[in-house]
Write a protein that binds this ligand. Structure first.
Ligand code: KIV
Length: 272
């Protein structure tokens, strides 16, 4: 069982940097609604990410691109109402920060003001440097995201492992250093070789949180619905399923349908 959840009353961006310095691994999971966030927070997860993966998981879109800033704020505010301990990081959705730093700042301010989230995350390296600086200057903590950045899926053309080629690996290392220098408090590295992720984690003093990036980094993140097995058609190598909720829920719900049809439910004790 986690000891960490007993030790910290409230996780802040500084707690995370201290955790790295002390060699304590950071746990991060997504959540998009009040009920799930309450369970995740109560289980001692350090960081809750209101990811734009809500676009896939909650809304059924094929990619993360369609979700809007208003929808992210709705999800994030539901999560914030549930959370007492974890740091809540909210994704800036596609189209809310790429065109210019002023727009990026406006979007980040809306997230902080309207949802009550504690930090924002955005995807990319040198191309978003000025936006990151602008957001940080307004006092808003920023988490970076490099490697497989799903908002660029149409540029990549595939969800396979990134930075296997030397040139892309070099660029990723430079981007990680740049994000640290700009003032990001942590970086997510998604789906890159474990050796490269470990090298990056060693080269910076801010935490590196991996998803499909091996165990040489400072923490791990998974999409909640994948790790509890509510989704069942997604089988990447990096995913460990801790439950099989898809099957459990399907059989329970089928049982309920049968019980209603056979008039087994409600019984005498279940009525007034
Ligand atoms: O949106 C998301 O869930 C993410 C994680 C996969 C890191 O960005």
């Amino acid at each position: 069982m986690s000891v960490a959840k007993k030790e910290y009353k409230r996780i802040t961006v500084k707690t995370l940097v201290d955790m790295k310095a002390n060699g304590e691994k950071i746990s991060m999971l997504t959540a998009y609604d009040y009920t799930m966030a309450k369970i995740v927070d109560g289980s001692g997860v350090d960081v809750i990410l209101v990811g734009d993966s809500a676009s896939n998981v909650m809304a059924g879109h094929e990619t993360t691109l369609p979700i809007t800033l208003d929808q992210m704020i709705y999800h994030a505010s539901s999560v914030v109402r549930a959370v007492e301990r974890a740091l809540v990081v909210v994704d800036l959705p596609f189209g809310s920060y790429q065109s210019d730093p002023k727009e990026a700042l406006r979007s980040a301010i809306r997230i902080m003001k309207e949802s009550g989230g504690h930090a924002v995350k955005l995807e990319g390296g040198k191309e978003v440097k000025e936006s990151i600086k602008r957001i940080l200057n307004a006092g808003i903590p920023v988490m970076g995201h490099l490697g497989l950045t799903p908002q660029s899926i149409y540029k990549f053309g595939t969800y396979t492992v990134r930075a296997k080629e030397e040139q892309e690996a070099i660029q990723l290392k430079q981007d990680a250093l740049m994000l640290e220098k700009a003032g990001c408090f942590a970086i997510v590295l998604e789906k890159i070789p474990a050796k490269l992720a470990k090298e990056v984690a060693k080269s910076v003093s801010i935490p590196i949180i991996g998803i499909g990036a091996g165990n040489g980094v400072d923490g791990q993140v998974l999409v909640l619905h994948d790790m509890i097995g509510m989704t069942h058609e997604f089988h990447p190598r990096f995913l460990r399923r801790y439950m099989n909720l898809y099957e459990d829920m399907t059989s329970s719900i089928s049982q309920y349908v049968d019980d209603v049809k056979t008039e087994d439910f409600p019984n005498d004790d279940e009525q007034y």
